[in-house]
Design a protein around this ligand. Structure first.
Ligand code: GLN
Length: 205
């Protein structure tokens, strides 16, 4: 069985996410077909979804205008996994603290955009992530901070602020797990989440 993975492709590191999903799947002995999501009608075919970084205002506007937003909500309501990174986390959150972002409300956290500084303040940090044995090399680029956590579980913190969270089938990271060759965060989000349903995972086990 071949899994179908969707990468929201209105902006951001689409190819890098596709590669990371492919690597994570292979390591589990799974085959995956990647679909780029620019229009409505593709998400319903996807077993798992990644929503990359970029500019949260732009991404949220295009998702709502294109009719993709309700499909992503239905995907999560069906307990299928979603990994939302950086701007994707802001869009997925329940409170972006910015009226220009039309949030999806899939991750019960409030965020502050650009909380770790500007582009020039980008950094990499070894992050202890719940569920991973060794620190994860996390790349932060104009990253948001998670300022309040409702029902979500905190998976990692940096500088005393949550930077990775899980709310049922949704995992959100303030950093960019697609920018390193290490695909453990993709694995955790898609194949290591007990609250998410992925067909074929049981067959491959
Ligand atoms: N600063 C961006 C925003 O607020 C997110 C940055 C990123 O995705 N690298 O939308």
């Amino acid at each position: 069985m071949v899994l179908t993975a969707g990468v929201v492709a209105v902006q951001g590191d689409v190819d890098e996410h596709a590669d990371a999903i492919d690597r994570a799947a292979r390591e589990r002995g799974l085959e995956v077909e990647i679909r780029e999501i620019r229009d409505a009608g593709i998400v319903p075919d996807c077993d798992l979804l990644a929503m990359p970084g970029g500019e949260s205002t732009t991404i949220s506007r295009l998702l709502h205008r294109g009719g993709i937003a309700p499909e992503i909500r239905a995907h999560v309501a069906a307990d299928k996994p979603l990994l939302a990174t950086c701007a994707g986390l802001i869009v997925a959150s329940s409170d972006p603290n910015d009226d220009r972002v039309d949030e999806l409300g899939l991750l019960d956290v409030g965020v502050e955009r650009n909380a770790f500084g500007r582009q020039k303040d980008s950094f990499e940090a070894p992050l202890d992530v719940a569920g991973l044995d060794e620190p994860y090399p996390a790349v932060f680029i104009r990253a948001p901070a998670i300022e309040s956590v409702g029902d979500a579980a905190v998976l990692a913190t940096w500088d005393d602020r949550p930077v990775a969270v899980r709310d049922g089938p949704v995992v959100g990271t303030a950093f960019h797990p697609e920018l390193t060759p290490d695909s453990r965060v993709h694995d955790l989000a898609f194949f290591g989440n007990d609250d998410a349903t992925v067909p074929a995972l049981e067959d491959a086990a």
